[in-house]
Design a protein around this ligand. Sequence first.
Ligand code: GDP
Ligand code: MG
Length: 372
Amino acid sequence: GDAITVSDLAQKLALKGGDVVKALFKMGVMATVTQSIDHDTAVLVVEELGHKAVRPSDSDAETELLAQVEDAGQQGELAQRPPVVTIMGHVDHGKTSLLDYIRRTKVATGEAGGITQHIGAYHVKTAKGTISFLDTPGHAAFTSMRSRGAKLTDIVVLVVAADDGVMPQTIEAVQHARAAKVPLIIAINKMDKSDADPMRVKNELLAQEVVAEDFGGETQMVELSAKSGQGVDELLDAILLQSEVLELKAVPDGRASGTVIESALDKGRGPVATVLVQRGILRKGDYLVCGVQYGRVRALFNETGEQVAEAGPSIPVQVLGLSGVPDAGDDFVVVADERLAKDVAQQREAKRRESRLIKQAGNRMEDVMAQM
Ligand code: GDP
Ligand code: MG
């Protein structure tokens, strides 16, 4: 099992490191706070301390899962994939308007449809290529992405209103993108307004070391209006140009894996998750593990509410058939059979329950100590 340092364990139990060291000593184990103890010893010392620790299930299923994922990764050749774009910007600078304009005018709706659904992401097909947009609030998507170390977003479109200029959340977005090493494209919005001043925006961005191409820098800046749509095609071109530079690639066949963007419990349809496929092809009938949930894909829907048979890299799709509602940011992986999917999900759930119990035990212990 996993090793844990004495100080980490003490922290989990909300105890002083010294108290855990003393308890270990009583058990005949000599360890300082900085030393690691193995899992079995940790369980014993927690019991010694008056907690009831649950033994974790072994991680055979996770090991098997990893082997399957690695196997799948060996197969197939890398191919170009569409960019995944997140829109960020200061409040009221036009993020929602821009996403809505693109969705309304560029998402290919089917014969029956005509109405796009809000599923947390959508993709557009242009003559020059496909682009996926994450439709979740930019900052939230970015934060959860960063905390998980997963890289969901390839390009950030930073919306700056031409009549308002660089504002605090503009600067924050620049810093987020920089920290995550994700390139920026600037959408200078509200160009239809009489007081629009794109030069001011470029100058203020220069002060943040975001340098426009016409200033000798490398950041594409597109003047547009999310209201009239003027300039939006140029923005899509700029995204595809940036995407070419990034040489975004994924293996477009084999079992799929990716990330949950949004999830909900639907009254009629049960757990519904919108996932972004990041490698492979997700198909109807596939078995998958998704966070602590598992299931078999009963149906896949695109952003216009149409059923689709499959989804490849960078394409968002709604999944029906999971055992429960996963969390946004959870990974999903397609596995060969239902047994493994179920084993992994159940072991993860047990692990989650265990750490909750240890935490609760720690809290109880703390109460007891406080009364002594
Ligand atoms: P968000 O907070 O960044 O999502 O901004 P919204 O998309 O909600 O837009 C804030 C306000 O600016 C709304 O009243 C929009 O109608 C307006 N707006 C957005 N884009 C434009 C534009 O290109 N031109 C004009 N004139 N107004 C815009
Ligand atoms: Mg908005």
